[in-house]
Design a protein around this ligand. Structure first.
Ligand code: FES
Length: 152
């Protein structure tokens, strides 16, 4: 698994009212192989990025709430029918729970409950590709110029 760690570069303009979010460049689209996950550290959080065959890039948390480990970028990309329409999914490499890559919703608990009472659904991030660069929307830290979270 490749881990991309480029949290410092701010590529885009703030979006939303009063610059409440901004776009952080993560990697080049060409760095992502279709249907293979990559983990990135974005604003201090581990994000699992997936490029679909149509070029769409989706981002969910790298942390697997069922096995309590940072493994989802190693999951298996597939699709499931939700309300009669196919949606892109990732299956955990550990216990095979299936998550909707667009919403983070857990679609198949695979007979387990999340660890330590965590929510079964995944956090997601908005992703855009600008000039071949994959960018993720992150909350702006006031006046900090894209400073990333500190580790305790
Ligand atoms: S430890 Fe890597 S997938 Fe389980």
């Amino acid at each position: 698994m490749t881990v991309l760690d480029q949290p410092a570069r701010e590529a885009g303009q703030p979006t939303g009212p009063a610059g409440t979010t901004s776009w952080t460049a993560v990697c080049r689209l060409d760095d992502l192989a279709p249907e293979r996950g990559v983990a990135a550290l974005v604003a201090g959080e581990q994000v699992a990025l997936f490029r679909l065959v149509d070029g769409t890039v989706l981002a969910v948390q790298q942390h697997d709430p069922f096995c309590d480990a940072y493994v989802l970028a190693r999951g298996i990309v597939g699709s499931r029918l939700v309300d009669g329409a196919p949606v892109p999914t990732v299956a955990s490499p550990m216990y095979k729970q299936v998550f909707d890559l667009r919403t983070g919703a857990c679609l198949d608990l695979a007979g387990k409950a999340p660890a330590r009472g965590m929510a079964p659904d995944l956090r997601t991030w908005h992703v855009r590709v600008t000039g071949g660069i994959v960018e993720i929307e992150v909350p702006s830290t006031d006046g900090a110029g894209g400073r990333t979270g500190e580790r305790a």
